[in-house]
Design a protein around this ligand. Structure first.
Ligand SMILES: [Zn+2]
Ligand SMILES: [Zn+2]
Length: 181
């Protein structure tokens, strides 16, 4: 598949210490937000390589690797599933039935503006002229995929969906194991 050296380079591009959380790609991203890994003078999508390495085989012809977490630059193989393009579309349609509330064309204007700037690598500012951070406190890069505006009207603060998801998972795991908090 790929040689040892390239594998080492690949595994240095994300933090895989927390098995259930998203492993966010720290290398380059494609225009549409997937991790991008340069190899043999071409680029391959990081999540596809991650799936192939974890499963010890190449992706079968015509199949796509989909994210259960919907975080495109996540490369955690436990968040990846192999599907046909049709299954992927069906999954997207099913998820789309809960309409996405916030995106490049929906949600408060300040939020759309700020995230669009951050995605484009430009500085973004809030109403008071303060710089809006490009990453959440835990270091997740802000994008339309990973963020929602805070529900308090006029608050101009941004919530990280990746953090929220992992704290939900933790809470669930704690419940299962019968430990408090
Ligand atoms: Zn993930
Ligand atoms: Zn976060």
């Amino acid at each position: 598949m790929i040689d040892q050296k390239s594998q080492e380079r690949f595994f240095s591009k994300f933090d895989a210490t927390k098995p259930t959380e998203c492993w966010l790609w720290r290398g380059c991203l494609t225009k549409d937000g997937y991790g991008r890994f340069p190899i043999n003078q071409r680029h391959i999508r990081a999540h596809r390589l991650s799936w192939a390495l974890a499963n010890g085989r190449n992706i079968p012809e015509g199949m796509v690797v989909c994210h259960s977490c919907d975080v495109r630059h996540c490369v955690n193989p436990s968040h990846l599933w192999l599907g046909t393009p049709a299954a992927n579309t069906a999954d997207m349609i099913a998820k789309g039935r809960q309409p996405r509330k916030y995106g490049p064309t929906s949600g408060p204007l300040w939020f759309r503006d700020a995230i669009a700037k951050i995605e484009a690598g430009l500085p973004a500012f809030n109403r008071l002229g303060g710089r809006i951070k490009t990453h959440c406190r835990a270091g997740h890069r802000r994008s339309f995929e990973t963020c929602t505006p805070h529900a308090v009207p006029g608050a101009q603060s941004i919530l990280c969906k990746v953090c929220k998801l992992s704290s939900l998972r933790k809470a669930r795991a704690n419940l299962k194991h019968g430990t408090a908090s």
